[in-house]
Every structure is written in structure tokens, then in C-alpha cells.
Design a protein around this ligand. Structure first.
Ligand code: ATP
Ligand code: MG
Length: 793
């Protein structure tokens, strides 16, 4: 409406422009990868602010990760400046935690609730399964937690599930009991698990219309990125937030002193907020967490009169990359064909690489990264993707050896370390005394002689007297335990009580709640936490002590940035950062992450690794309906992250869980037109055919034939045992099989890459025999004898 700054619309194509300017109740933008969906969403927000159509506080933008939220905030900030501050740009989970912290008291929780991450939930479930002997019914922690999570994502609770349950089926009755106990334990602990954060917020809005009205009036513009991956609970949350406030509820709000007159329409209702969602059904990769593509398909039905805008130009990738992506995804049926085009030009060919092991593959990646870095590409513009976290080990080993700076996004992180979880559990125990999980975690940390039997005795006492575990600790003297352990428990309890009094000063007192850093320091000092780590003889404990000190530094930092921040604020922040992804910037480091984490991001150069059957598609997807199609979307997501350079790699043998298995090329490889990709292979592998020709020549010749035989193998219909044998034969033809090679310490050997060396030890048996070799020039290596390109000399 003219109030837009030129800069806001500059460079946008007509469809993008329309999407930024459209002003209606609901807008759906569907488009392929890299077409500017997120950019458009960002500019819409900036536009709403710039034209003064909305206050920052009236905007709620939902992203899929904290990282994406931070990026969007920064981009909005770039366009409109400080206004970006007060705005809610967050993940579904963060938004819900903020709402629940304010409102949990409406339904039997307190605002000091704990958030159970998946490890906490699993620990709780493990206890319950054991109590119930549930494994005799075939339940495992994974299966139970998966099923509960799925139900919660569908907004089912114990009651609704029981209504449809088959009580003649003992396994189902057992599951119902697991679900019931789990739910009960959470509410007793004043805790929410991750799925609850969304589900309970929906419940809150449905059960308390006046509370819902507050948020409906507040958020007038709701924008959702990556809409294709919302599950039913998230979808319902959006729906609740965008509903009108009915006249009777508006009356109620008014009689409670709310100034709603100007907001009401002729009928007395307060109209629903405007909703913008952007998504790409080809990038739906969270069906296993209940994401539902139908949300896109049904958007028009659920939000009548919504406007749909399609974007067709890709601004991210070269033509070769885009062609590969389009070719792959076109193999999924039941999808709308999209016409994505780019002006960027053909660009480099995709490089395919086959190594003989995961290490070999990692070495290739490290070498290519070094080359690109020499050509002037910054490490931070390079990313390596994999399907499973286990694949990082080989990559990290080689990266460390090659002195490449890297970081792993979303892997085992600071907050997942045992000592950090212990220290955090102290904070949680003080913040939320109802939570037995935190208490159990620290009862014997540092060691104070409170073993499992004592813990059980406390729990039994607590149950018998209908009190919390924490309360039982105060009654330790009545349990009839030995005097020493009784003393320890009471001491432990009084430390918690003392520190808790600092966090929640008694009513009427002048004292303000102590800052988080003081609380943590007091706990650590009183329990001699760091001291006992330092005194330990385990060399790892020194590093652990340092980590805990790092946590103290984190709390100080938090206090500096949030002078009014409470312990709860701190716990909230940590639980969300820890659970999703980290926020620190990636300057100067190569990023390693799973394909799932990669969604929405883009990099100059991308490595897609382990493109093998059983990894991609993942073994677990085989039995799932729609599994292979979802895995193909994951591959598509990976390809479309690349701007200029794309590398696709696989190995012929893959180590997993202590075994080395023969790997097969992924069925998706054959879907990439052969003229888009140039195949290379490991130099060591080429020579192992046993020829005497110079390696370079040999490699080149084998390179081409390998490429075509790989294609052949990949072109076979997947999943048949015949194929596996054929591939296995092919592999053993190329990679020598040294199973029969007799080796012992002292033998001299020759390796195709490392030259001559002396065996210093042989360990393991059969296919897992490993030789440790001191090479004359290449240093010390461990080789898997079966496949290493070595011979005795
Ligand atoms: P994905 O599906 O992967 O999430 P997306 O549709 O959200 O992708 P964006 O990330 O918004 O796409 O945009 C992809 C890239 O294209 C970004 O680098 C963005 O800055 C750029 N871009 C978007 N629109 C334009 C435009 N009109 N002109 C130039 N560059 C653009
Ligand atoms: Mg995006």
C-alpha cells in the first residue's frame, strides 16, 4: 500500500512480490526448494512492521529449528532494525514453553515445570517397563516411547486411547497401562515431555477459551515456515491460534476488564489472525514424527478463501544440481509436478565417489575440502550431510587428522554430557522439587553411598505416605536405614533446601531470588561436585570438571544478558537449545549434520555421504508404508542444499556396530541422469584388481568401468537377495579378500597407498582381523586385514 520501502521489494519476482504484498486472511505459498519461500516469509514480516500494520508483539513466526529462527530474526533485523526484538520468532516448542510457563497453573502444573528431553522420557519409561515386566509383551523402551509419541502427536491421551482400545488384546492392555503410568508420572513430577509441550498447549486453549482469547488477540499475524512438516498437534495449535474469539468469550474478556471494543466486528466477535504458511511437499521428511503432508493438501479446505501462490524460480542452485534434484524427486508418484528453473547456469558437474570404506570416503571428502579451501571457498560455506549420526565417527577421525576445522550440528553436545546433565539436575531439583527424575539422577552424585536399594526404600516410603520423593528425603530418619546413610540423605536434602530458599525467598522477606550463577555455585560448592571430580583418578574427570566450570560460565553469561532472568528462564533456555540445535555461528568451520538437520539451509558446497542401500534409504524405512518415498525426499532435500558444488559419495564396505558390512549403492543413484555426474573412485581400490599398470592409468580405466557397473547394480530392482549377492561379488572382485592371508607380528607387508611396513600386532578374528602396522614412511595404521590392499613381502 505504498508504505513499503523500495528495498523491501527489490529483486523479487512477480510471484514473490505478490506473496509479500498480499493482505488476506490466509495465504499458502507452495514451491520447490530454493525458490525463496523463507525469504518471502521474512520480507512479509518486515513489510508488516515497516508499514505499521502490526506491532512486533503481534507477530508470531514459527520456524523448524532454533537456528532458522535466529537467522530469520537477523534478516528481519537487517531490514527493519530494532523492531525485531520483541517479536516471537521461534520454533513450535519454544513458543509453547513460553505460553505454558505463563499458563500451566490453569491445569494442575506449576510454572516451574521440568521439560523432559528424550533421554529423560526414556529413563522414565525404562522404570515403568521394568515395574510392569512389559518386555514379556514385546515392549521395548523404543517401541513404547515411539508409540506414545505418535499418539501425542495425534493429540490422543490415555482416555481417548482407552476408548478405542481392544481390551481382549493383552499387549494393548499392557500398553494402556504403560501409557497411563507414564502420563501420571509426568504430571506428578510437574513435567512435560517434548510432545506435551505442543499437545498440552492445544489442550489449554481448548479447555480455557479465555486464555486462548488472550493469545488470539495478541498474535494477529501468524507465519509458519516448513509447513509440510507440521504434525497434527502442531496443525491444531495453528488452528487454535487463528480462530476468531466468539462473541460470548469476547463479552467475558470485556467484563474482566479487557479493552476489546475496537477489536470486535459487527457480530461482536474478534476476527481470527491472518495466517501465512510456506512449504514444499517434496521436502516432507518427518512423517515418522507424525508430520502430515495432508496439512498442505487440506489447507484450502480448512482455511477457506485462502490464496495460493506458486513460486517457480530457484535462486539457489546451478542447473546441473537442480536437474539432478528434479529427476530424483520425479520418481515419487502421488505428487504435483513442479517446474523449477534457474538462471544460474549449468555449473560444475556433480562429483560421485566410491570408496572402499567409510574412512576412504572421509579421506576423499577431506581432500576435496582442502582443495576447495585452497581455491578460496571458506570452510563455513561447506557442509557434509549423512543419514545417521554413527557416520560422523569416520569423518571426524579423518578431519582431525587432516586438521580441518569442523563442527557437528545436533550431535552429542555439551548439554548431553553426563556431568552437565548432573549439574543441570541439581538446578532442576531445586527449581521443581516435585521432579523425582532429577533427584534420582543426583542422589548419589558425587558418590555419597546412596545406592539403588536406599533409593528404592525412599520411593517405597514416598508411595506409602503419598508424598514426593523429595519429601521422603526429609523423612529419611524414619526409614530405619543405617546411621551413616541416613546422615548422608539428610545432608543431601538440607543442601537442596538451603539453596532452594535462595531461589524462592520466603514470602514477606526482602530478599530477591538469587542469580542462577550463585545458585549453581552454591550447589557445586556445598556438594563438593567439582572438587570430587578433580580428586578422581579417572583422567576423563579433569575434562568433566572443566565442562562443569564451563556451565558456571554459561550461567554468568546468561545473567549478564538477562539481568532479570530467573532460574526457570535459564532452564527453559537450556532445555530448548539443548534439544534442538545449537545457536553458535559457524564461522570458519565445516558443518557436519544429518540430512534432517540440513532442511532449509544452503551451502556453497555440499557432500552427501553414505548414499548406499540400508543407509539411504535407511534400513528402518523398508517396512514403513511410504518409507522409501520419504527417504527419497530426504535425498532431494540434501541435493537442493547445494549452491554450486555437489559431491555424492558412498563406500563399498561400511563399519556399523563393530561389524564391517558390504554396502550397496543406493537405488536413488540411478535416478540421477548420467550426464550430470562424473564418477571417481579411491586410488587404492583401483590397484587392488591386482594389475601391474601404473596406478593413475588403472584408476582412470577402472573409474569409468566402475561408474557403469555401479549404475548397473543400482539399476536392478532393489531389495532382492540376488542383487545383494551380485553386488557382493562385484565388490570382492574389486576389493581383494585377504581373509586367508596369514599375518602375525613381525611380518613385513606392502600397502598400495602407504608403502612398506612392519606388522606390530594382529587382533580380532575372521573377517574382523585387524593388523597394526608401523609403516616406514606413512606412520602407524590399523588395517582391516580382509579388505586392506596389502600383501606380504
Ligand atoms: P527451502 O525449500 O530449501 O527452504 P526456500 O524456498 O525457503 O528454500 P530461500 O532459502 O528463501 O528458499 O531462498 C533460497 C536462496 O535464494 C537464498 O539464498 C535467497 O537469498 C535467494 N533468493 C530468494 N529470492 C531471490 C530473488 N528474488 N533474487 C535473488 N535471490 C533470491
Ligand atoms: Mg526455506
Amino acid at each position: 500500500d505504498g508504505a513499503f520501502d523500495d528495498a523491501l521489494l527489490k529483486g523479487l519476482n512477480p510471484q514473490q512480490r505478490e506473496a509479500v504484498e498480499y493482505r488476506g486472511q490466509s495465504l499458502l505459498i507452495v514451491a520447490g526448494a530454493g525458490s525463496g519461500k523463507t525469504s518471502v516469509l521474512t520480507r512479509r514480516i518486515a513489510g508488516l512492521l515497516q508499514s505499521r500494520e502490526a506491532w512486533p508483539s503481534q507477530i508470531l513466526a514459527i520456524t523448524f529449528t532454533n537456528k532458522a529462527a535466529a537467522e530469520m530474526r537477523e534478516r528481519v533485523h537487517h531490514i527493519v532494525g530494532n523492531q525485531a526484538e520483541g517479536m516471537w520468532i521461534s520454533t513450535f516448542h519454544s513458543a509453547c514453553v513460553r505460553i505454558l510457563r505463563r499458563e500451566a497453573e490453569h491445569f494442575g502444573f506449576t510454572k516451574s515445570f521440568t521439560i523432559y528431553d528424550s533421554a529423560d522420557s526414556r529413563a522414565l519409561l525404562k522404570r515403568i517397563l521394568k515395574e510392569l515386566d512389559a518386555d514379556t509383551y514385546g515392549f521395548t523402551v523404543s517401541s513404547a516411547s515411539g508409540k506414545i509419541s505418535k499418539l501425542k502427536n495425534e493429540l490422543q491421551d490415555v482416555e481417548s486411547y482407552a476408548r478405542g482400545a481392544n481390551f481382549n488384546d493383552p499387549a494393548e492392555v499392557m500398553f494402556l497401562e504403560i501409557f497411563r503410568r507414564y502420563t501420571q508420572a509426568l504430571s506428578r513430577a510437574n513435567a512435560f515431555d517434548f510432545d506435551d509441550l505442543i499437545g498440552q498447549t492445544v489442550y489449554l486453549f481448548r479447555a480455557f477459551p479465555v486464555v486462548a482469547a488472550h493469545y488470539r488477540r495478541r498474535f494477529r499475524h501468524i507465519l509458519v515456515d516448513e509447513y509440510q512438516d507440521t504434525n497434527h498437534a502442531q496443525y491444531s495449535l495453528i488452528h487454535e491460534l487463528t480462530r476468531p474469539v466468539t462473541p460470548d468469550i469476547a463479552d467475558e474478556v470485556e467484563s474482566a476488564g479487557g479493552l476489546v471494543k475496537t477489536e470486535r466486528d459487527a457480530m461482536g466477535a474478534i476476527p481470527g489472525a491472518s495466517l501465512t504458511v510456506v512449504g514444499d511437499s517434496d521436502q516432507s521428511i518427518y512423517a515418522f514424527r507424525g508430520a502430515d503432508i495432508r496439512n498442505i493438501v487440506e489447507f484450502e479446505r480448512d482455511f477457506p478463501n485462502s490464496k495460493v501462490i506458486l513460486l517457480e524460480q530457484n535462486y539457489r542452485s546451478t542447473q546441473n544440481i537442480l536437474d539432478a534434484a528434479n529427476a530424483v524427486i520425479s520418481n515419487n508418484f502421488d505428487r504435483k509436478d513442479k517446474k523449477l528453473f534457474t538462471d544460474i547456469g549449468e555449473g560444475h558437474k556433480i562429483i560421485g565417489f566410491t570408496g572402499y570404506s567409510g574412512h576412504d570416503e572421509a579421506q576423499f571428502i577431506a581432500d576435496e575440502i582442502t582443495k576447495m579451501h585452497d581455491e578460496g571457498i571458506d570452510y563455513k560455506d561447506i557442509a557434509v550431510f549423512y543419514r545417521t549420526n554413527a557416520q560422523t565417527r569416520a569423518l571426524e577421525e579423518i578431519f582431525i587428522r587432516s586438521a580441518l576445522p569442523y563442527r557437528v550440528l545436533g550431535g552429542t553436545k555439551f548439554y548431553e554430557r553426563a556431568e552437565i546433565k548432573d549439574a543441570m539436575a541439581y538446578l532442576i531439583a531445586v527449581a521443581n522439587p516435585a521432579d523425582p527424575l532429577a533427584l534420582r539422577r543426583i542422589m548419589n552424585v558425587p558418590k555419597r553411598g546412596i545406592g539403588p536399594a536406599t533409593e528404592t526404600a525412599l520411593q517405597v516410603y514416598a508411595d506409602a505416605h503419598e508424598m514426593s520423593l523429595r519429601e521422603a528425603v526429609r523423612h529419611a530418619g524414619e526409614l530405619g536405614l543405617g546411621p551413616k546413610v541416613t546422615g548422608e540423605i539428610l545432608e543431601f536434602g538440607s543442601i537442596l533446601d538451603e539453596v532452594m530458599a535462595k531461589v524462592y525467598p520466603p514470602e514477606g522477606s526482602e530478599a530477591r531470588p538469587a542469580p542462577v550463577a550463585d545458585v549453581l555455585t552454591a550447589l557445586l560448592e556445598k556438594t563438593k561436585f567439582i572438587e570430587s571430580l578433580r580428586a578422581s583418578r579417572d583422567p576423563q574427570d579433569e575434562a568433566r570438571a572443566e565442562n562443569v566450570e564451563e556451565l558456571v560460565a554459561v550461567t554468568k553469561e546468561f545473567q549478564k544478558n538477562n539481568p532479570d532472568g530467573t532460574l526457570l528462564d535459564f532452564l527453559t533456555e537450556v532445555s530448548l537449545v539443548a534439544a534442538a540445535d545449537d545457536l553458535d555461528d559457524s564461522s570458519g568451520t565445516v558443518s557436519l549434520m544429518t540430512l534432517h538437520t540440513a532442511k532449509g539451509l544452503e551451502y556453497e558446497a555440499v557432500f552427501l555421504t553414505g548414499v548406499e542401500e540400508d543407509l539411504l534409504p535407511h534400513r528402518m524405512s523398508a517396512g514403513e508404508p511410504g518409507g522409501p518415498a520419504e527417504e527419497r525426499r530426504l535425498f532431494y532435500v540434501g541435493i537442493t542444499r547445494a549452491r554450486k558444488r555437489l559431491f555424492i559419495s558412498l563406500a563399498m564396505t561400511r563399519a556399523a556396530y563393530g561389524n564391517v558390512n558390504v554396502a550397496m549403492p543406493s537405488r536413488y543413484l540411478q535416478e540421477i541422469p548420467s550426464d550430470l555426474i562424473e564418477w571417481r573412485q579411491s586410488p587404492g581400490m583401483a590397484n587392488s584388481r591386482g594389475g601391474t599398470e601404473p596406478r593413475a592409468l588403472n584408476a582412470r580405466r577402472d573409474g569409468s568401468s566402475w561408474g557403469s557397473s555401479l549404475r548397473e547394480a543400482a539399476a536392478l530392482p532393489p531389495g532382492k537377495p540376488r542383487e545383494k549377492t551380485q553386488w557382493a561379488n562385484m565388490v570382492t572382485n574389486v576389493v581383494r579378500d585377504n581373509s586367508a592371508l596369514e599375518l602375525s607380528a613381525g611380518d613385513r607387508i606392502r600397502h598400495t597407498d602407504f608403502g612398506d611396513g612392519r606388522v606390530t600386532a594382529v587382533t580380532g578374528e575372521g573377517a574382523k582381523r585387524v593388523a597394526e602396522v608401523q609403516f616406514d614412511t606413512a606412520g602407524r595404521k590399523r588395517l582391516l586385514i580382509k579388505i586392506a590392499p596389502i600383501e606380504k613381502v
